[in-house]
Design a protein. Structure first.
Length: 128
């Protein structure tokens, strides 16, 4: 061994819990091996999917929404329902992306709101 080298041994054991890697210290304390990554919630995923699909349909090689659905092996009704989320009021979208939406709000509520104008959407959410 080179005299200029210092070797430090740490008795840490990498373990997996629920698919995540953790380091377990000798005293039993656990620390995630990597930093926590924020998980997108269901409504956030749906909004992102809707806007990505809309952009792809508008700028892509698709002739129609039906063509997009068929080429992506999706049901027409499902694609239309997802795309309707692009018509939500900006205030609602912002609250969902910040994870600050009311707890009672579900995707089904959002689908029902898309037929209203933006003022009616925000009023309906604030009144429930």
């Amino acid at each position: 061994m080179n005299t200029d080298t210092i070797v430090i041994l740490l008795p840490l054991k990498p373990k997996r819990r629920a698919g995540r890697k953790y380091l377990i210290a000798p005293n039993g304390a656990t620390t995630p091996a990597t930093g926590a990554t924020p998980q997108l919630q269901t409504m956030q995923k749906a909004l992102v999917r809707a806007h990505l699909w809309r952009k792809e349909i508008e700028s892509g090689p698709y002739d129609s929404i039906t063509d997009f659905a068929r080429k992506n092996r999706q049901d027409d009704a499902y694609v239309l329902r997802q795309l309707s989320l692009t018509f939500l009021a900006p205030a609602i979208v912002e609250s969902i992306l910040e994870n600050a939406q009311p707890r009672y709000l579900t995707l089904q509520h959002l689908y029902n709101l898309t037929s209203l104008n933006w003022d009616e959407q925000t009023e309906k959410i604030s009144s429930e």
